[in-house]
Ligand binder design. Structure first.
Ligand code: ATP
Ligand code: MG
Length: 393
């Protein structure tokens, strides 16, 4: 069956009351963005507590539903048939034809679930259910009614027009991006940080990202990989403003001045500081990292505390309690995994010590950082001044 319209179901939580329209507007905007690259002409609109996508002319069903499945806030995508109201008899005929075409195998159970939003319709929902149910039973001797666990749940919504659907393709849930401000993702080329960005975006938060590279120790290709990852995440989050920071001189300076076992932790503190600078400049309300307790030396409870201590913005770590294999599974689901595992050097791994501290002490680290005071401000300014900023979508 060829559908020309989708009814979009969205979660009700958190959208009641006077903010509902903000939620719906953001949802419409994100759907439009998701369909931008799908071939076809789509009209996305909201009307009386419903969001619809109308497909004008030809379009690819699979590609369209796959794109919609990446829009946070959607809980269900229902391919819908829209009928003009030409009286109940015509409706019964159309419903029977719909069942016939959609379900060639009639050896199934069904239930009609009518909803009457237009109260001047001459029958109430109960009557519509039983009359349409009767018409279907008359038409197909094999089909049976099951009101508790039907194979086919036939929804009939009486509005200005009448909407018929029985298929609900699951959406990702969450909240439409843009309903919950913006945050700055520290995006590396690894497996974790793209997943972390995805998870926060799923709660309605728009993303910016900062990537630190260290040319010539890291290659152009490593940078391209991060841009690719940002692009993959943007399929869910919408466009991402990506700040690419040249971290080489800061890294070399830390390497020269500080104890090597403290390199990673000090470096991570400067990454946070720089990311926070761009975050505050663009009104981001928090930082996001892909850290998880105990994953590596720089992610022990003590290390996380020391890293955290440089930030004034809240740091969101959605993967904090995840095992690596759970993160890998998620990254496969959101399709960032294959890109993440491409083998390009990371700026952190180049200067790592053999035995990094696992229980750093804040005062000691701050003391080590004092050795940087001569040049670090200047290097910080330079890193900020030479940032390369691109919009990834
Ligand atoms: P990732 O999976 O994302 O590679 P990881 O397991 O390699 O994480 P770390 O290298 O310790 O762990 O990094 C922890 C977090 O710090 C990352 O998830 C990311 O948010 C941030 N980060 C690390 N390196 C960079 C970088 N070069 N640029 C931007 N952020 C980074
Ligand atoms: Mg990494």
């Amino acid at each position: 069956m060829k559908f020309h319209s989708f009814l979009i179901k969205y979660g009700e939580i958190g959208i009641k009351g006077k903010n509902r329209y903000l939620f719906e507007d953001a949802l419409v905007r994100q759907i439009r963005f998701a369909l931008e690259n799908v071939e076809g002409t789509f009209e996305v609109y909201k009307t009386r507590g419903r969001v619809y996508v109308d497909c004008v002319g030809d379009y690819d069903f699979e590609e369209t539903t796959e794109s919609l499945q990446r829009v946070f806030g959607i809980v269900g995508i229902c391919p819908v048939v829209r009928l003009e109201d030409h009286g109940f008899e015509q409706l019964a005929k159309d419903v029977v034809a719909y069942v016939d075409e959609m379900y060639p195998n009639k050896n199934q159970t069904f239930k009609v679930e009518a909803r009457r939003s237009r109260k001047n319709y001459p029958m109430n929902s109960m009557e519509i259910n039983s009359e349409l149910g009767g018409a279907i039973l008359d038409a197909f001797p094999q089909i049976r009614v099951d009101v508790h666990h039907p194979d086919i749940m036939l929804h009939v919504e009486i509005r200005e027009d009448i909407y018929l659907y029985s298929q609900i393709i699951p959406g990702p849930g969450g909240m439409p991006v843009g309903t919950n401000g913006k945050a700055m993702l520290l995006l590396s080329g690894g497996i974790d940080s793209p997943v972390a960005g995805y998870m926060i975006a799923k709660r309605g938060v728009g993303l910016e990202a900062t990537y630190f590279h260290a040319p010539p120790y890291t290659s152009e290709r490593a940078k391209e990989k991060v841009v690719d990852l940002a692009r993959l995440v943007s399929r869910y989050s919408g466009p991402i403003k990506l700040h690419i920071v040249n971290f080489t001189d800061i890294q070399l300076y830390i390497y020269d001045q500080c104890p090597h076992e403290e390199l990673t932790i000090i470096m991570r503190r400067y990454m946070m500081k720089i990311a926070e600078y761009f975050a505050e400049k663009d009104q981001c309300l928090g930082l996001i990292t892909g850290e998880s307790i105990g994953q590596v030396a720089s992610q022990t409870m003590q290390s996380l505390a020391v890293t955290n201590a440089v930030c004034t913005l809240p740091v969101y770590r959605p993967l904090i309690g995840f095992d690596k294999r759970d993160i890998v599974k998620l990254s496969e689901e959101i399709e960032t995994y294959e890109t993440s595992i491409q083998p390009y050097e990371d700026c952190c791994t180049i200067f790592v010590a053999k035995h990094p501290v696992t229980k750093p002490d804040l005062e000691r680290i701050q003391k080590s950082e004092e050795k940087l005071k001569e040049k670090i401000d200047e290097l910080f300014e330079e890193a900020i001044a030479t940032v390369e900023t691109i919009i990834v979508k």
